[in-house]
Write a protein that binds this ligand. Structure first.
Ligand code: SF4
Ligand code: SF4
Length: 426
């Protein structure tokens, strides 16, 4: 089956997706908001440890004035009044400042190892939530998305990989894996700006990059405190899993699955084997339990709902027994299609005119060939702002191309940008 056939499959599936948004949103809300805690191996925040962290923050605030003192005060106030009966993860969109249970656990893990790292992590999580509401732009992005690999071993029906134009682009690309030299250049720069969050994501499968584990380790050794990646699980090996777990870093490993049964799973994740994915996740769990029971690594299943026959409740039951966290959310409306359809139909969609897309204010994507892009929805890089081989990320982040887009979005002119006009934004 080639990309054109997959595209057809996707279009058929989307045509049948009759807008379950309200139903899914209700399901999501009923199950605890953004992240549904299902089977956490560390399920309680330790009150003594939390108290020690609060005393430490208070001591710092009483001794010195820091650029982040006000943020720390808000964090301290939240932690001092922490509700220990809390069982659900806090949603990113809640109007009050809050921290998810997993964030508090990670902060306590950092605190045990390095008190300054714990403060840095908390301030970073605070800024994530503030940026999310206030469109503040910091001197350097809050997150960096790094594309370790452009290629993928699967061709999922909802993915960019199933766009024939994307396949043609991959075929013509000189680089389909990020070079080590480019990677260390961007991480060194990011670390010098105190970046805390890195997500290995983009348009391909990161475990295909031979040096992927080295990439994670390099970022962790450089002081990047929050490292997350998505994988389709097919290429996981025992060595890979042991290497990740032995870093003793609070990695978030997201297993990408979108269905609760073999038939549904393999109809979406073309090229994947349901049995292999389950076996590899079980292998991960066995190694973690037997050899690294105290690891701070967390696992999550992130399910995107884009067609009618996906059942989040059934998926939660199945995957919830295999991972620490389960999330299910609606694809962002037409995001489950291509944002470039303007090209095909000749008539601009001009959707969501009032959205001020948040990605322009908190993150940058670095593709494996060095291109720097504001988002991954624009997978053909029409919005590219420069190249990390030639420019610093800071210059690109603060440069005119990013500013022009931010201004358009802030001034209600999102749809003057192509392909933002075909995109719902974030
Ligand atoms: S595994 Fe991920 S990158 Fe690969 S085709 Fe599927 S969704 Fe796309
Ligand atoms: S509106 Fe869409 S295309 Fe534009 S920056 Fe946001 S995510 Fe990217």
């Amino acid at each position: 089956m080639d990309a054109k056939d997959v595209r057809k499959l996707r279009e058929e599936a989307l045509a049948g997706h009759d807008g379950r948004a309200a139903e899914i949103d209700k399901w999501s809300k009923d199950h605890g908001g953004a992240h549904h805690r299902v089977n956490r191996y560390a399920s309680k925040v330790n009150p003594q440890a939390l108290n020690a962290l609060c005393d430490y923050i208070q001591g710092v605030l009483e001794r010195v004035v820091l650029p982040d003192s006000l943020a720390l005060l808000e964090i301290l106030n939240y932690l001092r009044h922490y509700n220990f009966t809390e069982t659900d993860e806090a949603g990113r969109d809640s109007s009050e400042f809050s921290l998810a249970v997993s964030e508090i656990e990670v902060a306590l893990g950092h605190f045990q190892r390095d008190t300054a790292a714990a403060l840095r992590y908390l301030v970073y999580r605070h800024s994530v939530k503030k940026n999310n509401r206030n469109y503040q732009v910091r001197a350097f992005p809050t997150f960096l998305y790094v594309e370790a690999a452009l290629a993928c071993n699967l061709m999922c029906t909802m993915c960019y990989q199933s766009d024939p134009k994307m396949q043609a682009m991959i075929k013509d690309s000189e680089k389909t894996m990020m070079d080590w030299d480019l990677y260390t250049k961007i991480i060194d720069e990011a670390a010098s700006h105190g970046l805390c969050g890195i997500i290995f994501a983009g348009r391909g499968e990161p475990t295909l990059n031979r040096r992927f584990t080295d990439m994670i380790k390099y970022a962790w050794d450089k002081g990047i405190l929050d490292i997350k990646f998505n994988t389709n699980v097919m290429k996981l090996t025992e060595k890979m899993v042991c290497d990740w777990l032995s870093m003793n870093a609070p990695l978030t490993v997201v297993f990408s699955v979108d269905a609760a049964d073999k038939e549904g799973f393999e109809a979406i994740r073309l090229g994947a084997s349901f049995e292999k994915v389950v076996a590899n996740i079980e292998m991960f769990n066995r190694i973690r339990k037997e050899e690294f029971p105290d690891t701070p690594v967390r696992t999550r299943v992130s399910m995107t709902l884009f067609q009618d026959n996906q059942d989040p409740e059934a998926a939660r039951k199945l995957w919830g027994s295999l991972v620490d966290e389960f999330t299910a959310k609606n694809a962002r409306g037409e995001q489950s299609g291509s944002i470039y359809q303007n090209d095909l139909s000749g008539s601009p969609k001009n959707i969501s005119p009032d959205v001020k897309c948040r990605v322009l204010f908190d993150r940058l994507y670095v593709w494996c060939d060095g291109k720097v892009n504001p988002c991954e929805d624009d997978y053909m890089s029409k919005l590219v702002v420069g190249n990390a081989y030639q420019s610093s990320l800071k210059d690109l982040w603060q440069g005119p191309a990013m500013m022009k887009m931010r201004l358009a979005h802030l001034n209600g002119k999102k749809n003057s940008c192509y392909p933002c006009n075909g995109c719902n934004g974030y």
